[in-house]
Write a new protein. Structure first.
Length: 96
């Protein structure tokens, strides 16, 4: 089964692109993978605990946003298999 990869930053434009991809997938019988890659910004002079807190917060927020997007897309396109994946890092490295 072929899959359409849809990168997202959870913006309105990305949502429209995701809807378009799901429409194409529905017509062609493909799956959709919504993919979000993010970096966590922190200062090197902060205590280790603060950096860990930033990473945990970013992980939680990315997962929450993906869950919401998946719920919306799955309800709009019930005949399309739609999965989501969030990863911490840089997109160029993640797609390697």
């Amino acid at each position: 089964m072929k899959t359409i990869l849809v990168p997202t930053d959870f913006s309105k434009n990305a949502f429209v692109a995701t809807q378009y991809a799901a429409s194409l997938a529905e017509a062609a019988g493909y799956n959709v993978l919504i993919y979000h890659v993010y970096i966590v910004l922190y200062a090197g002079f902060e205590e280790k605990g603060v950096s860990v807190t930033h990473m945990e917060w970013a992980d939680k927020e990315a997962s929450k946003a993906m869950d919401g997007l998946l719920g919306t897309m799955r309800s709009q396109y019930p005949d399309v298999q739609i999965e989501g994946l969030c990863e911490r890092g840089f997109l160029i490295d993640a797609l390697d």
